[in-house]
Design a protein around this ligand. Structure first.
Ligand SMILES: [Zn+2]
Length: 455
């Protein structure tokens, strides 16, 4: 079969001579004799239409290079290899495809040995548009009962919880028998020493989530919905409360008491993106995977103080969707506050109840701080439980606790504070990680711009 375009145009290839699963349904299939194995097949493809499809893929995802690069790090292939890998076609068919490509003249080189860089599928297709539409709806229209927002999140998360990734699971189990069995939480008391002492005396009431009426809007919760923000490490928990210099912070560890299911947002970045460039539905799948990889950034994006009320709206809606529609107990997400490898966990309201401790009746705890002898920088803090005269109550803030307890009474206990884990911090200075950029003044080439400062 020598290169005669008229003849090539009438050639057909059967699914055995081209790896059928890679080739999408866009290509017409008809019963015909295969020009490469001589057998008749009901789903033969014309070599010309296969070449046209190849041309589209090359122009979209590859870039011609005049010279083959020496570095092995450069992703790319010769045209012959590229067609072989992507279609699984026999060598004689590749020769024919190249001949058709040459005749059509719509790619930079139809030579089998021409080198093409692989640009890959970097775009996210329609998914960014969908997300922007969702955030616009959330910012400007209905928040929690918007059908559009709900439909958009349905599309984004459809089937995601069942995805297999290369390493980490998309859904992580947490609980007493799991690897993730404890969380650290910090509370900042700023310079309110009285509150700080009060919290040390009953930490199970005051280091956990605030009562709903005091719940300020956060990354994953709107005003009035109380959730548990925790971190996998105590120093990350400390950094997350952004304590100013002079603050007093308490950090405690909470043991997870029951099995919880959490969406592992960083794992969305490792969703495999295999697929054929010859298959339109594979491309859409890869675009969605690309979008989901970026979702971790959207969710953990830093928000400036004072802008929480609006900038957190999309993540709040995602959290509510995951809690109420997807039935999850929380999310694992990266935090920008500490470093990119640090991880935070939010437990939604129904999974944030803390087990209360009870002191002996008519007893009250007191904080006793003493400087350690010979080491003036160390302070020993003891909580001393003293008996009260009969008739006096031992609880410190019964009204607040009653409110929390009544809201949470219907949900099972999820967390128990480890009394041996409590540490206090006094913030002496804050370290910043920055990058700095020079600013220089340039005189414009434009005439008559007036006097210009000289340096
Ligand atoms: Zn064949």
């Amino acid at each position: 079969m020598k290169d005669n375009p008229q003849v090539i145009e009438q050639r057909w290839i059967c699914p055995n001579c081209v790896t059928e699963k890679f080739i999408d349904e866009l290509l017409a299939r008809v019963p015909n004799l295969c020009s490469y194995c001589g057998k008749k097949d009901d789903a033969a493809i014309s070599i010309e239409s296969l070449a046209e499809r190849t041309e589209t893929v090359i122009n979209k995802y590859f870039l011609y290079s005049e010279f083959e690069p020496h570095s092995t790090n450069i992703k790319g292939k010769t045209l012959g290899d590229l067609i072989a890998c992507n279609t699984g076609a026999k060598q004689e068919a590749i020769v024919d495809i190249c001949s058709v490509l040459k005749q059509r003249g719509k790619i930079d080189s139809a030579d089998q040995s021409a080198f093409y860089y692989n640009l890959g599928i970097n775009e996210v297709g329609e998914w960014d548009k969908l997300w922007n539409q969702f955030t616009e709806e959330i910012y400007t229209k209905g928040r929690f009962f918007s059908k559009l927002a709900r439909d958009t999140l349905d599309q984004i998360f459809e089937g995601v919880f069942d995805f297999e990734t290369d390493g980490e699971s998309i859904i992580v189990k947490a609980g007493p028998n799991e690897e993730l069995n404890e969380l650290h939480r910090a509370r900042n008391f700023f310079d309110d020493y009285k509150m700080f002492q009060s919290a040390l005396c009953e930490p199970w009431k005051q280091i956990g989530p605030p009562p709903p009426e005091n719940a300020r809007p956060g990354r994953m919760n709107p005003q009035g919905i109380s959730v548990f923000y925790g971190a996998l490490k105590p120093d990350v928990a400390l950094a997350e409360v952004r304590p100013p210099v002079g603050s007093r912070v308490i950090v405690a560890r909470f043991k997870i008491q029951r099995e919880l299911r959490l969406l592992n947002v960083p794992a969305l970045e490792s969703i495999p993106v295999f697929g054929s460039l010859f298959n339109e539905s594979d491309i859409q799948r890869v675009q969605r995977a690309n979008f989901l990889r970026n979702l971790n950034n959207s969710i953990s994006r830093p928000v400036m103080p004072g802008k929480e009320a609006t900038d957190y709206l999309p993540t709040q809606a995602v959290a509510e969707y995951l809690a109420s529609v997807a039935g999850l107990d929380g999310m694992i997400y990266s935090t920008p506050q500490y470093n990119h490898e640090s991880t935070n966990v939010v437990l939604f309201q129904h999974a944030s109840r803390i087990e209360m401790e009870s002191l002996p009746e008519n007893c009250k705890p007191f904080v006793n701080e003493t400087h350690v002898e010979l080491d003036p920088n160390r302070i020993q803090i003891d909580i001393v439980v003293k008996s009260l005269p009969v008739g006096k109550s031992g609880s410190l803030n019964e009204i607040e606790v009653a409110a929390t307890e009544s809201t949470m009474a219907t949900v099972p206990v999820s967390l128990k504070l480890d009394l041996c884990s409590i540490r206090t911090y006094y913030v002496k200075k804050a370290d910043l990680t920055t990058e700095s950029h020079c600013v220089s003044w340039q005189e414009s080439e434009q005439k008559n711009v007036g006097s210009f400062p000289t340096f």
